[in-house]
Design a protein around this ligand. Structure first.
Ligand code: FMN
Length: 207
């Protein structure tokens, strides 16, 4: 099949785009508003985009607030800081709960019974139950062209200025044991995948 997204003529019961660029990592973003209210939400339009300096991005669609922004974007733009927490199999239920549309004054960490730990480089807490945390400083936001008001997408870029890795996930050889970490990937629709030692294989790049 072939379709042109702008014509929305795929003829399928659901937009297939979400199921094509997969699996996507999930950035579980903690941020804080200027009054100190902590926010936590998952974003799968999320990735690492470069090494030096390590930089990540996440993209948000339109939010329900008067400014049309989701809380994570509003907070990052106001305070200049955020943390990406790695989502794992163990945290999947809490991750889904934190995607609920709740009032901006609700702290989703407390709502889901997760434990917060203070950031070292940023004044934003991280989720203690996650094994990896990237403390980030906002670099810039980019507004993408849209088809209409509700299609608004803002991409936030952040420089990673502090990285936490749970010590027992480092092997004796000094590698991160991804098979034991069990990170989740977002597939389309309501589907996810989990990385474990059975689904990892190794390939060496040619010189
Ligand atoms: C696995 C998953 C991935 C998501 N990815 C995105 C995303 O990339 N962009 C987006 O705007 N919303 C995404 N959402 C929806 C947001 O998490 C949801 O709108 C949330 O309420 C936003 O919270 P905030 O307003 O506190 O930032 C995702 C939800 C789930 C469950």
């Amino acid at each position: 099949m072939f379709y042109e997204p702008i014509k929305k003529d795929h003829g399928l019961p659901k937009n297939p785009f979400n199921s094509l660029v997969i699996p996507r990592p999930i950035g579980w973003i903690t941020s804080r508003d200027p009054e100190g209210v902590v926010n936590l939400a998952p974003y799968s339009f999320f990735n690492a985009v470069c090494y030096s300096p390590p930089t990540v991005m996440f993209a948000s669609g339109a939010g329900s607030g008067e400014d049309g922004l989701k809380d994570s974007i509003r907070n990052v733009e106001a305070t200049g800081e955020f943390v990406c927490n790695l989502v794992t199999w163990e945290n999947r239920e809490q991750m889904i709960q934190t995607s609920a549309s709740v009032h901006k004054d609700v702290n989703e960490l407390e709502m889901t019974g997760l434990t917060s730990q203070p950031g070292r480089m940023v004044d934003v807490p991280w989720v203690a139950e996650a094994p990896v945390h990237l403390e980030c400083r906002h670099v810039k936001s980019v507004d993408l062209p849209s088809w209409g008001d509700k299609d608004r997408y803002v991409v936030v870029f952040g420089e990673v200025i502090g990285i936490h890795i749970k010590d027992d996930l480092i092997t004796e050889e000094g590698l991160v044991d991804v098979g034991r970490m069990h990170p989740l990937g977002r597939l389309g629709y309501n589907d996810y995948t989990e990385v474990d030692s059975n689904t990892i294989f190794t390939m060496v790049r040619p010189d």
